[in-house]
Design a protein around this ligand. Sequence first.
Ligand SMILES: CC(C)(COP(=O)(O)OP(=O)(O)OC[C@H]1O[C@@H](n2cnc3c(N)ncnc32)[C@H](O)[C@@H]1OP(=O)(O)O)[C@@H](O)C(=O)NCCC(=O)NCCS
Length: 230
Amino acid sequence: MFFKPYGFLGNRMMDRSFAVGITAAKIQRIPDCRLFKKLFLNVHFNLISIIKSCYFSSMHLILQTPRLYLRRFTLADAASIYQLNSKPEVLQYLHELLVKDEAHAGEVLTNIILPQYENNLGRWAAHLKDTDEFIGWCGLKYRPEIDETDIGYRFMPQHWGKGYATEAAKYTLEYGLKTLGLTTITGRAHVENTASLKVLEKIGMQYIKDEVVDNCPVKTFIINARRWRK
Ligand SMILES: CC(C)(COP(=O)(O)OP(=O)(O)OC[C@H]1O[C@@H](n2cnc3c(N)ncnc32)[C@H](O)[C@@H]1OP(=O)(O)O)[C@@H](O)C(=O)NCCC(=O)NCCS
């Protein structure tokens, strides 16, 4: 069917069309109106496909994983960025200031997050497929000062420890190396950021060195397209 790539939205849309669904089920049981039944079901399912297509064409979808979908942020995401970047535990190991309100989050979007999309890279909003809940971000960022593309991720504390970072990062690496054709991706985490270091290891990145970046002691990992294919 033409909406197949967006099949993961099925449950949600089926919920929305629950009332219509009940009517469809009732009509199924009427024996003498087969043609009407067929017509009704056709209209019903076509309507669902159209709604699904509209929903996804209104967002810039980047990739999906078994449990998540990743899309580009827009200026309408200030509340989500505020939720995430105003939590001290989220920024504990990062060289960044806490976001103080939604206006400040809007500046982060305008000045930091959205300009990265010019290179087809960037940090992408991660949502749960089941509920559409925003749970954090994952993505690739080009750093011109060192000519490197690095992987980054950040999730809401209530969703830590569920494997989401590993899942999102794994598919992000694949997207970067396969779809975008990057030859190398770098990853860095503070030496005490055990969870992040574990994610880098679990997605197959190779530790290369300890260094100091932005006054922070970090461990640096790397993966290249050849190693990733193995
Ligand atoms: C780092 C971060 C993204 C990890 O997210 P997550 O969704 O909890 O990660 P996962 O569930 O995929 O877990 C990855 C591994 O780390 C382990 N882990 C998670 N939290 C941990 C902790 N506090 N201490 C030790 N290990 C931890 C998990 O058990 C898992 O390993 P396992 O599969 O062997 O059990 C999350 O903690 C976060 O958003 N931190 C704040 C932002 C940040 O530091 N980003 C990284 C910047 S480099």
